[in-house]
Design a protein. Structure first.
Length: 604
């Protein structure tokens, strides 16, 4: 059977008996719905009424062309401003002529209009009047028209009053209940329930492409760290107020997560929101200054253009949120989600769902990239790097999965897993009496800064007998000063235990000489970014100074990402101790690394 075309109708909830919203059935009832149902049965159209909540949304729905048809107008009602066309329904009753209107919006197709007009022209005035009387007299009576007329005058008046009161009371009650369930307690904005309901009501296959979803992400974690929960809530309330100001008649705004607001913005299709966003974000960012707060506040925004097939609002919000998350990570105010980005998000989500399996099936594999002595190029040690051997996607690099694990807070699990792998690798070497090859192991900042980090590391290493100084724990610095005391204490305890500590990515981003004083470390790894500039006069001076300072503090200096002969030459000249880079070795799977080490150290 052929599928029927959907026709959306906005009804008048209060035009009894012509058309009204029945709170019991939560349907529109009355003469017009009945006629439209009859029309639907005879035609290729399926009529769908917007399930309103007892309020009249016709003006709003008409404005956005969200419906094909508006109904329930009576003579004297003010009609919609849009250009559209009307069709009359005439009824005579008690020798009086009654005129009702149905109104086509621009969304209605010509063929639908023609068909409905044809259908209405086949209905006689008597038939219509009959329907009217029938609707007004419940239960239906099969007596004379005179009796009905007399009865009707009194009864329908009573009914109208009764129903109006009932509808109003019910509407109010319904609204109160709904408001509680659909309101975000902190900000007073709507919540997820709210947006779900309104999305269903207003957005459909026809007008979906006229909306953009704008996700506002506030970094509340950071805010809570810098201030208090109450201060964070205050900021969120302020944001909600600004968003309220910028929410147009046809937009829907809600707080959908701890730190996220979403606005379904009626923009008429894809287009730039730059100017609008600059205004909104400008207002939000003025918060600290306006209220003399001791911290900065910011918002990251993701904008997702809805497609006709995007029926699931959760999915839409997810996509826009991903854009906001990316904007935050890249230090941008906002990002428009492109198709390419979306595909990447989808892929990431698929990966995310297979992380657990990856751990249980040992899909994370240890690779080792060798370090060489900067002067004789002999292998002296290596860095442990992880690869994900994904059964469908092949070998995945850390840049693909580490951010996912960080987001999922499972990076800690990978770090300890990797540490165990490294320990077992070193143990195997010790069995071969190779006791000078060292391995450095990466730890995320979160893992390293945890209060139980030292205990956990000791528990793992205590299972093995290799010399502890062969294990180097790499730590990266970050701007966060919050946990630096704990990091420092962990370093001291671990050194006392016998392992060594290196500062990774030195010279990148926020690391500074100050860190060298802050942390009692054994070595630094000069970031690839510095090595890349080694051929410029300032590049070489900076590296030279760093190496000098490092040596004065008794540290071993390693240069990362070395790719060319020129870089090697200069690093030798300025006294770098150890080199890591594709110039010498790519990361190798552990079995291959083990083979190579055995050959090198035992002359096999
Ligand atoms: P990283 O600690 O800075 O590791 C060095 C990265 O530079 C490695 O990338 C390595 O393959 C790459 N590299 C080495 N030499 C060269 C070179 O000459 N040229 C270029 N272009 N790149 C070079 P990889 O393996 O993709 O790892 C990326 C990052 O992922 C690592 O950066 C590290 O921070 C992180 N990572 C890898 N495995 C783990 C792990 O098990 N745990 C944690 N927490 N992080 C890991
Ligand atoms: Ca590293
Ligand atoms: Ca590094």
């Amino acid at each position: 059977m052929e599928e029927k075309s959907l026709i959306y109708v906005a009804g008048n909830p209060n035009a009894y008996p012509l058309e009204y919203f029945d709170p019991n059935t939560e349907e529109f009832e009355g003469v017009i719905p009945e006629l439209l149902e009859d029309f639907s049965a005879q035609s290729e159209y399926e009529i769908v009424y917007y399930k309103a909540d007892g309020n009249d949304y016709r003006r709003q729905l008409a404005k956005n062309n969200q419906v094909d048809l508006l109904s329930g107008y009576m003579y004297g009602d003010s009609m919609p401003e849009n250009d559209g066309s009307t069709v009359l329904l005439l009824a005579s009753h008690n020798d009086k002529e009654y005129i009702y209107y149905i109104y086509f919006t621009d969304a209605a197709t010509k063929s639908f209009k023609d068909d409905l007009i044809d259908y209405i022209s086949t209905i006689s005035q008597e038939e219509f009047t009959g329907l009217l009387i029938e609707e007004a007299t419940t239960p239906k009576e099969n007596t004379t028209v005179y009796w009905i007329t007399g009865f009707l005058a009194a009864f329908s008046l009573l009914m109208i009053i009764a129903i109006t009161v009932l509808v109003k009371w019910y509407g109010k009650r319904l609204k109160n209940i709904q408001q509680n369930v659909e309101t975000d307690e902190v900000t007073g904005l709507g919540n997820m329930e709210y947006i779900l309901r309104y999305y269903k009501q207003y957005v459909n296959d026809k007008n979906r492409i006229l909306y953009q979803a704008v996700y506002f992400y506030a970094d509340t974690d950071r805010l809570r760290r810098l201030s208090s929960s109450e201060a964070t809530d205050e900021f969120l309330r302020y944001c909600a107020m600004i968003l309220g100001e910028y929410t147009g008649d046809s937009d829907i705004t809600a707080r959908v997560s701890d730190s996220g607001f979403v606005m379904l913005k009626f923009t008429g299709g894809a287009g730039s929101l730059d100017k609008w966003l600059d205004n909104v974000l400008g207002r939000m960012c003025a918060y600290s200054e306006l209220y003399s707060k001791p911290f900065d506040t910011g918002m990251s925004v993701g904008i997702y253009q809805l497609r006709a097939e995007d029926r699931d609002i959760n999915e839409i919000i997810f996509q826009a949120a991903q854009g906001a998350y990316k904007a935050q990570k890249e230090g941008l105010n906002y990002i428009y989600c492109s198709r390419q980005m979306m595909d990447k998000f989808i892929e990431e989500r698929q990966l995310q769902s297979s992380i657990e399996r990856a751990f249980t099936k040992n899909e994370f594999q240890l690779y080792i990239q060798f370090y060489v002595d900067a002067h004789n190029f002999k292998i002296v040690g290596g860095e442990a790097l992880t690869r994900w051997h994904h059964p469908q996607k092949g070998v995945l690099m850390p840049s693909v999965f580490i951010p996912l694990l960080e987001r999922e807070k499972t990076i800690i699990r990978l770090d300890y897993y990797c540490l165990k792998e490294v320990c077992s690798f070193l143990e195997d070497l010790a069995k071969e009496s190779i006791d000078t090859f060292f391995i450095s192991c990466n730890f995320s900042r979160e893992t390293f800064a945890a209060t139980d980090f030292v205990g956990n590391v000791k528990k793992i290493i205590d299972e093995y007998t290799f010399p502890r100084e062969l294990l180097i724990l790499e730590i990266t610095d970050s701007t966060s000063v919050r946990d630096s005391a704990q990091v420092r204490q962990n370093i001291i305890d671990l050194k006392e235990y016998g392992v060594r500590i290196a500062l990774d990515d030195f010279g990148e981003g926020c690391t500074s000489f100050y860190d060298l004083q802050k942390y009692p470390i054994d070595g630094i790894k000069l970031d690839k970014g510095l090595v890349d500039y080694i051929l410029t006069p300032s590049g070489i001076s900076i590296l030279k100074a760093m190496i000098q300072v490092g040596h004065e503090l008794n540290m071993t200096i390693l240069a990362e990402g070395v790719e060319t002969d020129e870089q090697v030459k200069i690093l030798q000249d300025i006294n770098c101790d150890v080199i890591q880079g594709f110039k010498f070795f790519q990361p190798l799977p552990k079995w291959e690394a083990n083979k190579k080490i055995s050959e090198n150290y035992c002359g096999k």
